[in-house]
Design a protein around this ligand. Structure first.
Ligand code: SAM
Length: 295
């Protein structure tokens, strides 16, 4: 029985137990997959929890349904990262989507997730609407090409290959790859323990998009449980009644997301406002190891 986990801030850590199934160093990062009695199989990259079989639905539904339901007719969607396939699966639940492009830098993440955690992607990788590219998402967005109605950043934290996905240049390049009225949505870390990450994501996105909003969801295996997402675009339409009609038209079945969250999830606690405030973040509970290394 292994004992493994994640140091959240000095003096506070998450511990898991269970059998180790995979331990592999890829050209980009350390990939570990474990068995866990409560959360099923669990993926860690560079020692940071990425996804588990039992709570992935919360993260993926909130990263995908909030932006896609805010759009009348999303047809082309770009996913940056998302190697486990959970984001791709939820994107393909929207029937108007004709083409979903997933750009993942590390092919081994996808191969190992398909082999050891197939329930997360389901049959999304075999869907004819899906196109999976193993290359750097920063270059893919920068180098231009057809526009997208939505760009979803399902990346690891801003360390290693993911660092460049949180910059003003990247958000500006992404804004240039959106159709009129298109939206970008990025996972932006823990409002409690990754306050630099959230502050930087919000301030950098605000330099590339006229409208930027932060919303939250609760992912039990992520540091602090509360997780933030940053939604950006020229106009953001977040009407629960419209969302309810669209969800019914699209026959969306969700276990966490519901139309009321199109407004409710954006009613964030004061601490989130303090984190994204120009004079933020308050570093309420110290710095995460990654943020500590950057100081
Ligand atoms: N849900 C997780 C989270 O919030 O931390 C993210 C899961 S997903 C597995 C993250 C993926 O982003 C990884 O597979 C990683 O290889 C990929 N990634 C990191 N940097 C990237 C880049 N520059 N281009 C494309 N994919 C990237």
């Amino acid at each position: 029985m292994n004992d493994y986990g994640e140091q959240i801030v000095p003096g506070f850590a998450y511990r898991f137990t269970g059998e180790q199934l995979v331990s592999e160093r890829s050209p980009f990062q350390q990939i570990d997959i474990y068995e866990n009695p409560s959360f099923g199989r669990l993926l860690m990259l560079d020692g940071l929890t990425q996804t588990t079989e039992r709570d992935e639905f919360i993260y993926h539904e909130m990263l995908v349904h909030v932006p896609l339901v805010s759009l009348q007719d999303p047809r082309r969607v770009l996913i940056i990262g998302g190697g486990d396939g959970g984001t791709l699966r939820r994107v393909l639940e929207h029937p108007s989507v004709e083409h979903a492009v997933m750009v993942e830098i590390d092919q081994r993440v996808t191969e190992l997730c398909r082999e050891f955690m197939p329930s997360i992607a389901g049959d999304a990788f075999d869907d004819p609407r899906a196109e999976v590219l193993f290359t750097d998402g920063i270059a893919y967005v920068r180098d231009g090409g057809e526009p997208f109605d939505a760009i979803l950043i399902d990346s690891s934290d801003p360390v290693g290959p993911g660092e460049g996905l949180f910059t003003v240049d990247f958000y500006r390049a992404a804004a240039g790859r959106l159709t009129a009225g298109g939206v970008l949505c990025a996972q932006s870390g823990s409002p409690g323990f990754q306050q630099d990450e959230l502050h930087r994501t919000f301030s950098h996105a605000s330099q590339a998009f006229p409208q930027v909003r932060v919303y939250v969801g609760f992912v039990p295996t992520y540091p602090g449980g509360m997780w933030s997402f940053t939604l950006a675009g020229s106009t953001l339409s977040l009407d629960p009644a419209v969302a309810a009609a669209r969800a019914s038209d699209r026959k969306l079945t969700a276990r966490y997301w519901r139309p009321e969250l199109q407004r409710g999830a954006f009613d964030v606690p004061q601490i989130v406002y303090d984190v994204i405030a120009p004079d933020g973040p308050p570093h309420t509970w110290g710095l995460s190891p990654a943020e500590h290394d950057r100081t």
